[in-house]
Design a protein around this ligand. Structure first.
Ligand code: ADP
Ligand code: MG
Length: 239
């Protein structure tokens, strides 16, 4: 077994006496997409924000490639965690071209080749000199993906990244995104409240409810053998 890219153990988060993340442990293996799936308000985004380092957990530990990035004593700042981020409101820099957006987090010497390779991968090479406002929502999404991947993050965190897209586009963009992530070999923790999205994209699903992971497994195992009535009901409105 290879070592996990991301390993979080016993993460707890209390907000003003209310426990919103309750003893969450998770691993993401190299090259795999793990999906944190659960209804709105169950604590998914808070978990992701803690891993990213923009929120501090009440207790628990986080390792990236076996290296402690956060426990009771140490807490590396977000920029030292080698984590890529994509959120629903992925804002591209409006005053920078597509090429400059993708190159933003890179050292200048290596940037050009990497930018060209990534733009080719997301099918946007012809748009390298365009500005974000000249692009459609789907095209902006592709650039946001290229930008997040450019520094070769050890783990990519994605929080409902497709929910701002219109229905007609969403399935195609999901498939394209997955293809690019797989070709880069990027380990991904994807948050979603849509069971259909998790079924489509995940290698492993962690089902979350009221701050806890209630079931983990391969998508079809969870779908076929939900642990309890609530899990079964949740999967029944798959689209
Ligand atoms: P999800 O992403 O699964 O929809 P969140 O992690 O955003 O859930 O939120 C989980 C719970 O924590 C919600 O009840 C939310 O209101 C609460 N919460 C999130 N952030 C804060 C905060 N900064 N202060 C207080 N409560 C918060
Ligand atoms: Mg959320």
């Amino acid at each position: 077994m290879p070592a996990p890219r991301l390993e979080i153990s016993h993460i707890v988060k209390d907000f003003g006496g209310r426990r919103v993340v309750d003893d969450v442990s998770l691993t993401v293996m190299p090259g795999q997409v793990t999906c944190l799936l659960g209804p709105s308000g169950c604590g998914k985004s808070t978990t992701l924000r803690i891993i990213a380092g923009v929120e501090k957990q009440s207790s628990g530990t986080i390792l990236v490639d076996g290296k402690m990035v956060c426990d009771g004593d140490v807490s590396l700042p977000p920029e030292e965690r080698h984590i890529g981020l994509m959120f629903q409101d992925f804002a591209l820099f409006p005053h920078l071209t597509v090429g400059q957006n993708v190159a933003f987090g890179l050292q200048s010497r290596k940037a050009t080749d990497r930018v060209h390779a990534l733009l080719a991968k997301v099918g946007m090479s012809a748009h390298i000199n365009d500005y974000p406002h000249q692009l459609s929502g789907g095209e902006q999404q592709r650039i946001a993906l290229a930008r997040a991947l450019a520094p070769r993050p050890r783990i990519m965190l994605m929080d409902e990244p497709f929910s701002g897209l219109d229905d007609r586009l969403r399935d195609d963009i999901r498939d394209e995104t997955l293809e690019v992530l797989k070709s880069e070999g990027t380990a991904v923790l994807l948050v979603t409240h849509e069971p259909g999205e998790a079924m489509r994209m995940a290698d492993e699903i962690a089902l979350m409810r009221n701050g806890k992971i209630v079931q983990r497994g391969a998508p079809y195992n969870i779908y076929n053998t939900p642990k309890d009535k609530a899990a079964a009901a949740f999967f029944s409105d798959i689209n």
